[in-house]
Design a protein around this ligand. Structure first.
Ligand code: IMP
Ligand code: MG
Length: 186
């Protein structure tokens, strides 16, 4: 059997070749977000439910979870745009979400990046149908330049310029999620 080699060499990053956001900066910011979230939910009677939007937010969520000082459960939802070229159609398909789990629960959506805002909006709408006690959004990155729908980000890591980014869970064509820093693709 031949050995299959998969090229996952980092692509050319920013023009300076440096990371846009270093892993050390990310770690500091995520710890602070964890403290803020823990304060915000200090008095709730049931464990917080972190609803992680697959796949990009998994790395952020894993670090955020470990920076909380309040009990939290983990749930996941897969969100994908319908078919090809549907970014403009605004239709988001949701899958794998455990239905009926959120009634009277405090739900924190966890997203890697809010771009158009459609993904966060679609998930939030679905969760609201199940009558949660509260619903808030934590997003590591906010790229306001491409916003189409108005979403409130309650806990936000960094605001970034209008560049596509990879690393720390964010992918390009499924790759580069393993990079510890966040890089811009040109
Ligand atoms: P929105 O629905 O337009 O807000 O898009 C959000 C989703 O698109 C995120 O959950 C990401 O998975 C993906 N996405 C948007 N921008 C980027 C990026 O710069 N790098 C990697 N993924 C991105
Ligand atoms: Mg995503």
């Amino acid at each position: 059997m031949p050995e299959v080699l998969i090229q996952t060499k980092p692509p050319a990053t920013s023009s300076t070749g440096k990371a846009m956001i270093s892993s050390a900066r990310i770690a500091r910011r995520v710890r602070r977000l964890g403290r803020q979230i823990s304060v915000a939910y200090a008095d709730i009677q049931t464990p917080l439910v972190m609803l992680v939007i697959l796949k990009g937010a998994t790395v952020f969520a894993a670090d955020l979870l470990r920076s909380l000082s309040v009990p939290a459960e983990l749930e996941f939802v897969r969100a994908a745009s319908y078919g090809a070229g549907t970014a403009s159609s605004g239709r988001v398909r949701l899958a794998h979400m455990v239905e009926g789990t959120f009634a009277n629960r405090h739900v924190l959506l966890v997203e890697d990046i809010v771009d158009s805002g459609r993904t966060a909006e679609a998930v939030a709408k679905r969760v609201m149908q199940t009558k949660p006690a509260s619903l808030r959004l934590a997003a590591l990155l906010d790229r306001p330049a491409r916003r189409v729908v108005n979403v409130k980000i309650d806990f936000r890591g960094f605001v970034i310029p209008d560049r596509f980014v990879i690393g720390y869970g964010l992918d390009y064509a499924g790759l580069y999620r393993e990079l510890p820093d966040i890089h811009s693709l040109g």
